[in-house]
Ligand binder design. Structure first.
Ligand SMILES: Cc1cc2nc3c(=O)[nH]c(=O)nc-3n(C[C@H](O)[C@H](O)[C@H](O)COP(=O)(O)OP(=O)(O)OC[C@H]3O[C@@H](n4cnc5c(N)ncnc54)[C@H](O)[C@@H]3O)c2cc1C
Length: 354
């Protein structure tokens, strides 16, 4: 049986692990802390680009396939482990879209439905807003719990508190991965270390350009149902959960691996939230958090095999849309590692010589 060692237990590591395991491989995941506690926990779980017409075809192809695969994935995860990722097609109202005509043309060409907002959104009905009823969301901490259970039950071995400290290379192969407990070996090694992937691969030739980009979110508690859909306005959003929690996001900050939260971000996010929905001033501010996105140029992840090392793979750099893209990225990775079919042109994501 082919064995694979996966470095990093976020959504891309655990979903890749599940796919490879289901393809019959022996799979182990090394996670330096606990799985699913970094960017994959911190994200807002909007299953869409923000907004899609601002991105190139490579990014949209992954997001489109990811969105198509999410409903079945969420159901599979729920059935596999009993944890519901709370996938919900709640729709997204885009307020004050820049380049509205361009956006409408894009939606028509790409098959993204634009409709008249329902009566429940009448209070937001700015004349130029765009209602995208097919945009969905899922709840990050639940996705990660569900994935952990599904992967474990499928037979993936998950080693938490086990950092990979170095890749050991001999000739054209990775012969081992150093950890504080000793060297581990496998037929193939896959790097899914999120914002840390660039650093882990930096000692090797052709390391992909992946670096942390901090995002902060403020969490409010309101009455369930107060807000029925995602609201997006020029870089900021509100995401309502079924239990009345509302995520207010997010910032984009290049501050290295600093995961602090700041008063400035809190003010920026609350000003946006109160501007869009003044009644949120009455909502309890529950907490504020930050996460480090795996930033990559043009938001294009690297998915595939190292240009010269025959058993080293990467699935990382999904930047702002790693949850949306995860099922599509895992499908492409599986195509490279097990030969399964994919409908996506995989070339834009290939690991290129630098
Ligand atoms: C504020 C915010 C909002 C977001 N909103 C959305 C959204 O609405 N929709 C969307 O699609 N995406 C969103 N994202 C982006 C999305 O969350 C990320 O793209 C995605 O989670 C990346 O997943 P990952 O598995 O690649 O990385 P991570 O989740 O960061 O996982 C990487 C894992 O690797 C581990 N690791 C690191 N180094 C090592 C090592 N040396 N050895 C072992 N383990 C290691 C880490 O501990 C971590 O657990 C958001 C992100 C943030 C921060």
């Amino acid at each position: 049986m082919i064995s694979c060692l996966i470095l990093g237990g976020g959504i891309n590591g655990l979903l890749s692990a599940l796919m490879l395991r289901q393809a019959g491989q022996e799979v182990s995941v090394l996670e330096r802390n606990s799985t699913g506690r970094e960017s994959s926990w911190a994200g807002a779980g909007i299953l869409s680009l923000l907004p899609p017409w601002n991105y190139g075809p490579e990014v949209n192809a992954l997001a489109k396939l990811g969105r198509a695969l999410w409903p079945e994935l969420a159901e599979r995860l729920r059935l596999a482990g009993g944890v519901d990722p709370e996938y919900l097609r709640c729709g997204m109202l885009v307020l004050e879209p820049e380049h509205r005509e361009l956006a409408l043309n894009w939606c028509e060409q790409q098959g993204e439905t634009v409709a008249t907002p329902p009566a429940s959104l009448a209070r937001f009905r700015a004349p130029d807003s765009l209602w995208l009823p097919n945009v969905a969301q899922a709840r990050n901490p639940r996705i990660m719990q569900a994935l952990y259970v599904a992967a474990s039950r499928a037979g993936v071995r998950i080693h938490e508190h086990t950092p990979a400290t170095q890749l050991l290379i001999e000739g054209t192969r990775v012969i081992g991965v150093a950890t504080p407990g000793g060297v581990l070996a496998a037929d193939n090694v896959l790097v899914t270390a999120g914002a840390w992937s660039g650093g882990l691969l930096a000692p090797l030739e052709h390391a992909p350009d992946i670096a942390p980009v901090r995002g902060q979110i403020v969490l409010l508690k309101a009455e369930p149902g107060l807000l029925p859909c995602v609201i997006y306005r020029r870089g900021h959003y509100l995401v309502p959960r079924a239990d009345g929690l509302i995520l207010v996001g997010s910032t984009l900050e290049e501050v290295g691996f600093d995961r602090s939260t700041t008063a400035r971000a809190r003010t920026e996010l609350l000003d946006f939230a109160y501007g869009v929905m003044p009644e949120l001033r009455q909502a309890e501010i529950v907490t504020q958090w930050s996460g480090l996105r795996p930033g990559a140029p043009y938001n294009i992840p690297t998915i595939g095999r190292h240009p010269s090392l025959e058993n080293l793979y990467v699935n990382s750099g999904h930047f702002r849309y790693g949850v949306t893209m995860a099922p599509a990225a895992a499908e492409i990775l599986s195509h490279h590692m097990t030969g399964t079919a994919t409908t996506v042109d995989v070339t834009p994501y290939a690991w290129r010589a630098r």
